[in-house]
Every structure is written in structure tokens, then in C-alpha cells.
Write a protein that binds this ligand. Sequence first.
Ligand code: 5GP
Length: 191
Amino acid sequence: MKILEDRILAEGRALNEDILKVDSFINHQVDVELMKAIGKDFADHFKDKNITKVVTIESSGIAPALMTAEALGVPMVIMKKQPSKVLNDDLLQTVVTSFTKGTSYELTLSQKFLDENDHVLFIDDFLANGEAATGAIRLIRMVHATVAGIGILIEKSFMPGKEKLTSAGFDVYSLARIKKLDKGKIEFVEE
Ligand code: 5GP
């Protein structure tokens, strides 16, 4: 997606070979018009997949997931990050290791909001090792819902997440694909 790539080049900051900061338009301040365009792009791409819910992880997935849900005319469900296990019959949890923080959290979903009839589009801001996405998929499968697609804003193609998910048979659609990061340098995969 050209407008996202242009914005990453203009305002993104590669902190090192692994981490890209996009605080001025995705992760801290949010560009609403850009999120609308992203939502429309995801909705167009997945329009024939019979999506019934858009699912994301708090907090940076919420803005693009909301716009995608709006464009598809379906509800959005937010998976929460809890520091520890919560004993409650209604809540499903699975451990995820955070890429940026290096710590673990309990990804949490209430069983009330997804069931076996749902076709889920999972949206997240970044795909790196695929830990967050595979944790979300585990929860989606616990309620026997179907993962109909995965939409990612920024895929770090030099990390294993994309390959892991596609080789497991998932339809992964990324709007910007980064080949290489280095301090102050960002290179995209050529299409
Ligand atoms: P994964 O679970 O695929 O290893 O990492 C994805 C999660 O880590 C995303 O939900 C995102 O919040 C965070 N993340 C991974 N890489 C980056 C990065 O380069 N920059 C930012 N801001 N977040 C990242």
C-alpha cells in the first residue's frame, strides 16, 4: 500500500535491525484518515471471505481493526493483554511472548463474543515472530471459530512470522513488507 509505505519512509524510525517505531501515525498518535484507507483496503481484499467478526489485540490493533470492521459492516472484538491468569469460566487465555517487551502476557478472550459460526479476520499492526497472531489463532480455535484471514499493517519479512503462518495454511495479507531495517534505514520488499 503506497500511502502506508510513503508514510513509513517519511516518519518511521528504525531503532536498530529489529524495531521500527511508527509512533506518530500508528502506535501513539493515530492518523484517522490513514486508518480509514487501511480499513477499506483490508475490507476489499477479504470481501469474499464471509467475515462475521474482525478480531484484534489491544491496543495498537484497535484503530485499523475498527475501520476494517466498519467497512465490512461487522463487529470488532478486542483480545486483552492480562498480566496473569484470571479465574473466570467465561474467559479463555493463552500465553504470548511480547516481541517488543520480551515479557509474557495472558492473551484473553471472553467466550461470549465468538463462536463456531464465526469467520474471523484477525488484524494486527506488526508481524514479527508471529507470536501474537498464533496466540490469537489458538483462542479463536478454542471457540471453534474459523480464521478466514490475517491482515497486517507492517510485516517484517526478514523475521519468521509470515512464513510460519502461510505454511500453516493461513491467508496473510500485509500492506507494507519490510525487507531490511538498520539504524536510520528502511528497505521494502520489491513487489
Ligand atoms: P510477533 O508476535 O509477531 O513477534 O510481534 C508482533 C507484535 O509485536 C505486534 O502486535 C506489535 O505490537 C509488536 N511489534 C513487533 N515488531 C514491532 C516493531 O518493529 N515495532 C513496533 N512498534 N511494534 C512491534
